[in-house]
Design a protein around this ligand. Sequence first.
Ligand SMILES: [Zn+2]
Length: 90
Amino acid sequence: MRALLASGVFVIASTLFAACAIIDTDDPRPVAECVVCRFNGDLGCVRVRIDETTPFADYKGQRYYFCCEDCRDAFIAGPEKYLRPAGEGR
Ligand SMILES: [Zn+2]
């Protein structure tokens, strides 16, 4: 399932930004940013609606939410990379 999803998302995301769920602005649930997608410039997936099924990780006392489990796994593997302010270290 995950491999299929990853390859499918890659193909779709490379052609259009509708790979991730569209955020309905009428939905009252809070929205967070997927820091992995923000880092990757995948703007179509950056906004993540928070509910009981949203993947998340706690890091240094802060809770981060992700658009998918793949992004969460990538974050856990190297959180500092994704939390670094844009442009720093270049
Ligand atoms: Zn993501």
